[in-house]
Design a protein around this ligand. Structure first.
Ligand code: NAD
Length: 519
């Protein structure tokens, strides 16, 4: 290969988050690939520089568009952390290699990472965890080789939070059929393209019957479609998945799960194969893919040239496959595995795990040099995976239409109203208050605190807090209309401090709400 990497320095509008060595700023002739590079915060510039040097040495021609995001951008007063120029660059290149971005701790500011993933609808966060040579773990020799596919947009990460009352907070978990279908189909397609045999769906559907229940249902529907590919499909409760990860992780192949579950179990999976220093990831959407290490900005190591760059190098291997540079991806991956297998160039995190001399651990740049020196070599004992995906995943075709007419065809009924109020009244007194507010058209089904019924008294011991939810449903023989709900809410607001009201719907004859504990 005679191609060269072309790395462009920051443009005048991009005040540098990091200073790149002069040799990276040379503009080269036009090249086939354009990638947006975000150096990121903390150790980001060091690990991104490492991956860029290796890609250059492997001879892949990439024109980098350097762009800013993260802490410095927040400090400049951009509350999104992702400036317009960066968004424009990603719209042009559709591929991003990025370092970690610091999430400012404080009210009002959202994570720039989450913003980036959502802005470009990168709905599948793909995190491989594979046993690596030279990286001792409790499971060495068992052949751990799994991929966690984490839904990347929805769930508690929708970030919809409210204080229902002082000292009572709520975060809404949002799961949609469309969002679930996209990521679950991605997982099955990945299994097909990689020749993998099993997809495990991990949820808490036993407790969250409507949200995780929907995710599980969509999984079961798609599993039927992929049964012809001889891909085994199983559903496990997420806590059992955590247990099985610790006991026998090699049984897993592809695990697809909701956003927060995926966040936690993918970090757990990386711990099984050596830790965050080795955990790579790709965020895939239909149009844009973002490649980054799983780890954060590790601020205590910033600028010290001691961080392990393997995670970002392996993320850049995923990027090379995505941009159809499969041969270069194989070359870089083999060089990383060869370096790890040799055991002679060991970064501090690995030295700590192996009990070797941390004083003489390899620097980030020395490890990078070793990988470059090993380009063209293959590890002696680590077989390559037989099938590897190349190029972007095919755009998923939805299993069913999400057109307005589908939803217009759903039969809807009104069953009542849930109202959240802040009150210092005792449960029975509050229940009596709602009884008097119910009028002829409603009856009080229950009042609950933190999900447990406190009125009518059930005998369940429950420490009440100052926020209660009352459920008022149609009294016998009443067919509720819009005006009944509005009138009820009007009566409630005259006597009580309410913070949330949710209509109780019946969709195609099924209640679109859950019962309370103890009901
Ligand atoms: P972290 O991943 O930065 O650090 C966790 C621990 O792992 C630390 O002890 C760290 O030193 C170590 N570590 C991380 N990467 C390593 C590597 N490559 N080699 C060796 N050791 C490594 O997590 P944190 O401290 O919770 O977060 C720091 C900041 O990063 C926060 O602002 C957080 O929001 C942000 N963050 C960003 C991303 C992202 O950009 N995708 C991901 C996670 C956290």
């Amino acid at each position: 290969m005679s191609r060269r990497v072309i790395v462009r320095g920051h443009s005048s509008t991009h005040t540098g988050l990091c200073q790149w060595p002069a040799e990276y700023h040379a503009a080269m002739p036009s090249s086939p690939h354009r990638v947006t590079a975000i150096a990121g915060d903390g150790v980001g510039p060091e690990v991104v520089a490492s991956a860029v040097r290796i890609i250059e040495a492997a001879g892949v021609a990439i024109e980098w568009e350097w762009a800013d995001a993260g802490a410095e951008v927040f400090r400049r007063g951009d509350s999104s952390g992702v400036p317009r120029e960066t968004r424009d660059s990603i719209e042009r290149t559709r591929v991003v290699l990025k370092g970690p971005l610091e999430t400012p701790v404080g009210l009002g500011e959202k994570s720039a990472n989450v913003t980036l993933r959502k802005l470009f609808e990168t709905y599948a966060n793909v995190r491989p965890a594979r046993e690596l040579p030279g990286v001792p773990t409790r499971y060495a020799g068992e052949g751990v080789d799994m991929i966690v596919v984490r839904e990347n947009i929805e769930d508690l990460y929708a970030g919809i939070e409210h204080m229902l009352a002082p000292d009572v907070a709520q975060c809404l978990k949002v799961i949609t059929r469309k969002g679930s279908e996209k990521v679950i189909r991605y997982a099955f397609e990945l299994a097909r393209r990689e020749g993998r045999r099993k997809v495990t769906c991990a949820t808490k559907a036993n407790i969250m019957k409507l949200t995780d229940g929907l995710f599980k249902r969509v999984f079961e529907e798609l599993a039927e479609e992929y049964a012809v590919e001889a891909i085994e499909a199983e559903h496990l409760i997420i806590d059992n998945v955590a247990h099985q990860f610790a006991k026998a992780p090699a049984q897993f192949d592809i695990v697809v799960t909701t956003n927060l579950n995926g966040d936690i179990i993918s970090d757990l999976a990386s711990g099984l194969v050596g830790g965050l220093g080795f955990a790579s990831s790709g965020n895939y959407g239909d149009d844009v893919a973002i490649f980054e290490a799983v780890h954060g900005s590790a601020p205590k190591y910033a600028g010290k040239d001691v961080i392990n760059p393997t995670a970002l190098i392996l993320s850049s291997v995923m990027m090379l496959r995505h941009i159809d540079e499969a041969a270069a991806a194989d070359t870089v991956e083999a060089a990383v595995l060869t370096t790890l297998e040799s055991g002679t160039v060991v970064t501090a995190d690995l030295a700590r795990q192996t009990g070797s001399d941390i004083e003489h651990a390899a620097s980030t740049s020395a490890f990078t040099d070793a990988v470059i020196a090993n380009l063209g070599r293959s590890p002696a004992a680590t077989p390559a995976r037989a099938v590897r995906p190349t190029g972007p995943a095919p755009a998923p075709h939805p299993r069913r239409s999400y057109a307005p007419e589908v939803y217009a065809g759903i039969e809807r009924g009104l069953a009542g109203l849930d109202v959240v109020v802040e009150s210092d009244l005792a449960a029975d007194a509050l229940g009596a208050e709602f009884e008097s507010l119910a009028g002829e058209r409603f009856r009080v089904e229950f009042v609950e605190a933190r999900g447990t019924v406190v009125y009518p008294a059930t005998g369940l011991a429950s420490d009440t807090v100052r926020a209660f939810r009352a459920r008022l449903v149609a009294s016998d023989g009443t067919v509720l209309g819009e005006e009944d709900l509005v009138s009820l809410l009007g009566r409630v607001s005259e006597r009580l401090r309410w913070s949330e009201a949710i209509r109780l719907q019946v969709l195609d004859g099924e209640p679109a709400y859950t019962k309370a504990q103890g009901q």
